[in-house]
Design a protein around this ligand. Structure first.
Ligand code: LLP
Length: 438
């Protein structure tokens, strides 16, 4: 992601590979992910194709859980479905022990479909519609993260009329700068998210008096792709003070939802140090005697996914352009946030060749359709394949059929096999639900 992540020296192809244990370059088979040659996947399923590794997701889930166990904490991990909502991905994480954090009825229904029970789902978001609140309450949702006094009133009315009780937490806006990209920072007073700290105590006691509402605690989420514990420490200290203030005011507080945002290394840097993060959580909120919740998305799935693409052609016009068959409609992050994604050649021969700067672009009719500028890459002939790394989070979920480009296929590697989990869209699929009047 621009700013916060920019490093001085761009990593070489070898540096990118060395930083990613699930990837290996084999002299015969080329680039392998979780032991499976990516060339074989491209041969079988074509390109562009999303490739997700189940073992990597499980390993990351376990690493996160273990880092907390090591400091004597056992937060419940609610996977943020928005990062990658594929049913197959949800079911891998559910089997590992995850609940779900959702922001829409669609995500709620996906999580349920993948086997997450409603009671293990939390619903965040600044604008939940009445239909969404009604449907999730009826299904028995575990927790609703309320983001305004106005929403609380609406929710109380709906819950009372359904004869249900909504377990709610109030999402506090801690007014902390997460130091990340402006488009994904959420914990500043000016951001649309949450409730100002000074309003929480009175709103909580109001909530306790409302029909159909059971306030159980508070939540906060300060942003995404945060790679240092420091901004969290500031925010969680405020949250701890808030829990104490609520208890001093006679309220019962049993839940603290710590949000998501744990960042990864998109270059060859390590990303959030988990042991330091868990220690910081213990030091800030470990003595409160509350149930802790975490809502990680990116951390669990980003490094577990990549976008496989083929080179359509290389053109030389002033500079060298490598034109791929994948584009901004598939992986939007570079166009939207100027975010960095590592790009690796898949063939062992390409991998050995000397690298020189190239712009890597897609076929879409916009200059923003650029994956990388001046990226050191070898000469890549038409048909050569590349992997765009760390695309397992906010990749496929943010793709669109812009330029009438069918959605890419998706494959899950699991148990030493490649399973097709979404077939490539056909052109007919693109207009299958369109109606010409008359
Ligand atoms: N909880 C809440 C309330 C959130 O708003 C988010 C992300 C998460 C959890 C999960 O955050 P994570 O652990 O994945 O950082 N499209 C952007 C990221 C947007 C994140 C929005 N909220 C990107 O591609 O970087």
């Amino acid at each position: 992601m621009a700013v916060a992540e920019r490093v001085e020296v761009e990593p070489s192809i070898a540096d990118l590979l060395a930083a990613r244990p699930a990837l290996a370059m084999h002299a015969q088979d080329g680039l392998c992910f979780e032991g499976i040659p990516l060339n074989a996947i491209a041969d079988e399923f074509g390109t562009p194709t999303w490739v997700y590794g189940a073992a990597t997701m499980r390993a990351r889930f376990k690493a996160l859980a273990d880092s907390f166990t090591a400091v004597g904490l056992h937060p419940h991990i609610h996977y943020a479905v928005k990062a990658n909502d594929h049913l197959a991905v949800l079911s891998v994480l559910r089997a590992a022990g995850a609940g779900a954090d959702v922001v829409s009825l669609g995500e709620f229904l996906r999580a349920q479909k993948a086997g997450v029970p409603a009671r293990d789902i939390v619903f965040s978001g600044v604008g939940k519609s009445q239909a969404e609140l009604t449907a999730t309450l009826t299904a028995g949702i575990g927790q609703i993260n309320v983001e305004s006094a106005e929403e609380l009133t609406i929710l109380s009315g709906i819950a009372a009329s359904l004869g249900k009780t909504a377990n709610i937490v109030l999402r506090m806006n801690p007014d902390v700068d997460a130091g990340t990209h402006a488009k994904i920072t959420t914990g500043l007073a000016d951001n649309k998210f949450g409730i100002a700290a000074q309003e929480i105590v009175s709103l909580y006691s109001h909530a306790a008096s409302l029909p159909g509402i059971n306030p159980v605690g508070i939540a906060l989420h300060i942003g995404s792709q945060i790679t240092s514990p420091a901004p969290y420490a500031t925010a969680y200290a405020k949250a701890a003070n808030m829990v104490r203030a609520l208890r001093d005011a006679g309220q019962t507080v049993s839940t603290l939802d710590l949000g998501g945002g744990i960042g990864i290394g998109y270059y060859d840097e390590p990303g959030m140090p988990l042991a330091a993060f868990a220690t910081m959580v213990r030091n800030s909120v470990g003595d409160l005697g509350v149930n802790l919740l975490l809502e990680p998305g990116r951390y669990l799935v980003a490094p577990a996914g990549m976008l496989l693409a083929s080179v359509i052609l290389q053109k030389q016009s002033g500079k060298r352009f490598v034109v791929l068959d994948a584009a901004m409609n598939d992986l939007l992050r570079p166009a939207l946030y100027e975010s960095y994604h590592g790009i690796l050649p898949i063939s062992p021969v390409d991998f050995q060749h000397p690298a020189s700067p190239a712009d890597v672009v897609g076929p879409v009719c916009e200059t923003g359709d650029t994956f990388a500028t001046d990226r050191p890459l070898p000469n890549l002939a038409p048909g050569a394949r590349v992997a765009l790394l760390d695309a397992g989070a906010y990749g496929a979920v943010m793709s669109s059929p812009y330029n009438a480009r069918p959605r890419a296929a998706a494959v899950l590697l699991d148990g030493g096999q490649a399973h097709l989990i979404s077939p490539r869209q056909t052109h007919q699929d693109l207009w299958a639900h369109e109606i010409i009047p008359g």
